[in-house]
Design a protein around this ligand. Sequence first.
Ligand SMILES: *Cc1c(COP(=O)(O)O)cnc(C)c1O
Length: 353
Amino acid sequence: MLADLSRRLERFPRRVYSHAPTPLQPLPRFSAELAAQCPAGRGPEVWVKRDDMLGLFPGGNKTRKLEFLVADALAQGADTLVTCGAPQSNHCRITLSAAAHEGLECRFVIEERVPGSYHADAGGNHFLFRLMGVEAITVVPGGSDMAAAMAAVAADVARLGRKAYVIPGGGSNAVGGLGYVVCAQELQRQCDEQRLDFDAVVLGSGSSGTHGGLLAGFTALGVATPIVGIGVSRDPAQQEPLVFDEARAVLALLGDGGQGGTTLARGAVQCVGGYWQPKYSLPNAPMVEAVQWLARSEGLLLDPVYTGKAMAGLVGEARRGRWANADRVLFLHTGGLPAAFVYQDTLLAPPAR
Ligand SMILES: *Cc1c(COP(=O)(O)O)cnc(C)c1O
């Protein structure tokens, strides 16, 4: 199955931005502390896959998607990458980093989902936008038609006699999702070599390319390990259909579902809600607890918008008895650290009671 999938992936142009594989690492102190809080003192052995150590430093899940998206842009003769995101977008930062690395220009459309939250001179990712030389940023109100706004930017670029390549938010389309098919393959090899197996993979589920791409990869490989997506902006009724569509689009692009004979069941898409509120990117107490806990028990740094809320979901589900003592659960660390530097006061707050 691995060899067959490799052959199918080879048909797509790819730029390589990382030293693979990213490490798999156990979290023994955190796991012991967590188990003590689980029913009957039985909690999961938690491991982490360090996709926060991908290339285009500081890398994250967008690095894997951009390996395929930027290769496609170059194949089409583009000289400018256009993409979009929220304020403090990790996806925008990593796209800009890829552009600089490839000698391309880069423009963003920023959706101000929380009114008044975009400050050009803020720290964190905004500092890095300026340091890496973004060519232009257009800020639009929350709820705007982002595809139309990016098309307008691409038209501006064309008027200069240049050629833009538009990357959707989060890099989540079928081409970007191939990056997480590669991750599925990489993880399968690591598990084979290290004789490890996991009872579940837990990840943050947002624009869906990570969750949908990994699920497509597992499906193509015949890996049945459940993937539990902790919604970072939507509850399951809205998030699961997005992930399902993304996974199917990736499988269709891979040429699977027909000759490969793999079909994706809607029930394979599992999301958990309740950890992202009050709103995407706004802090809550379980997120702060998770960020502080992993920092202090393991020296593992999480971010406030994605991995902090995803880990809060893992903690909450474990405390409710979802994983018994014998279970080994893998947390996918998708990056995002630069945003932590604009949430200092929140992340240093005393634990809520
Ligand atoms: C974008 C992002 C996610 C969510 O991934 P999607 O593919 O958009 O679902 C998770 N973690 C971090 C750090 C991110 O930047």
